[in-house]
Design a protein around this ligand. Structure first.
Ligand code: ATP
Ligand code: MG
Length: 294
């Protein structure tokens, strides 16, 4: 379960963007400080948070939203974002989450692509793999791994520093999203998650991890971003393969994750071990992204 936060404990500030059936705001969470129990505001301090406000929705969507908050409240890992709790105000459901200063990795990479090095990218890949390995050992599935959902806590661009990233919460479970919303998530969503009503396994995260690595290698430039839903659907139906990065080591690695057979994808235990063995990655973005060519 999760922590219930009172409405008076949260302050909403500026709008940061929209997610899957959510609106996101920065805000503050009041935390009672000081030793005495009087109502002096000076004894209270606040921390910066993100408020994810769920759109007005059906009960099943709200339940899925709560389940995610509950999942995130059960886990604790340095590379997973902290969920402080949920606030319910009449029909308004708000997930309160740690504010991660430098924002989503996709935007960061587009902006800083000339400053990030292959070592930087490898460090980020290892941190992501360690969070996913942790979830795997707990038999938990994230279900929404993509660069947008990786948040940059430390830039690591200055000499002698390393980046630090945190994987965000997955949001509403895939199983309750509409089919079109799932198609929209091609190529990040694992192919077996488009239709199957079966429970989503860890192998789904392995596919998404492969796509996210590719996204990182290519500075957030992925093919299919402008494809229509039916083009995306056809790509999976025809078992299309995404263009691989120039680095031989990573290409082999990424294609292992991007196999249409879930059982053939490597576990995060293996992924983490193999990533650790790569010493000098030769990650350069592919020159031109070929058209989707299944
Ligand atoms: P989804 O479930 O599809 O990921 P979401 O509700 O998580 O949806 P996002 O699209 O991931 O929404 O996030 C919207 C924007 O909010 C991001 O682009 C980013 O700018 C900002 N954001 C989200 N989480 C955080 C965070 N923890 N810290 C700082 N900014 C954040
Ligand atoms: Mg998100």
């Amino acid at each position: 379960c999760f922590h219930h936060l009172k409405n008076q404990e949260i302050i909403q500030e500026q709008h940061l963007g929209q997610g899957t059936r959510t609106n996101i705001y920065s805000g503050r969470l009041l935390v009672r400080g000081g030793g005495d129990d009087n109502d002096d505001n000076d004894n209270n301090s606040s921390i910066r948070v993100v408020l994810k406000i769920l759109e007005e929705s059906h009960e099943d969507i709200a339940l899925a939203f709560f389940e995610t908050a509950s999942l995130m409240s059960q886990v604790s890992h340095s590379h997973l974002v902290i969920v402080h709790g949920v606030s319910v105000k009449r029909s308004k459901n708000i997930m309160v989450e740690e504010y991660v200063e430098f924002g989503p990795l996709d935007v960061f990479l587009r902006k800083e692509k000339s400053a990030v090095t292959p070592q930087w990218k490898l460090a980020v890949a290892k941190q992501l793999a360690s969070a996913l390995n942790y979830l795997e050992t707990k038999l938990l599935v994230h279900g929404n791994v993509c660069a947008k959902n990786i948040l940059v806590a430390r830039r690591g661009l200055e000499p002698g520093t390393v980046p630090f990233v945190k994987l965000s919460d997955p949001g509403i479970a895939l199983s309750v999203l509409s089919r079109n919303e799932r198609l929209e998530r091609i190529p990040w969503i694992a192919p077996e998650c488009i239709d199957s009503g079966a429970p989503i396994g860890n192998a789904a995260d392995q596919w998404s991890f492969g796509v996210t690595l590719l996204e990182i290698c290519n500075n957030s430039d992925l093919p299919m971003s402008s494809s229509t839903l039916s083009e995306k659907e056809r790509f999976y139906q025809q078992k299309g393969r995404l263009a691989e990065p120039s680095s031989q080591e990573l290409a082999r690695f990424i294609s292992m994750c991007l196999t249409y057979e879930p059982e053939e994808r490597p576990s995060f235990r293996t992924v983490l071990r193999e990533l650790t063995e790569i010493k000098n990655p030769d990650i350069s973005p592919i020159e031109t992204l070929p058209d989707v060519n299944p």
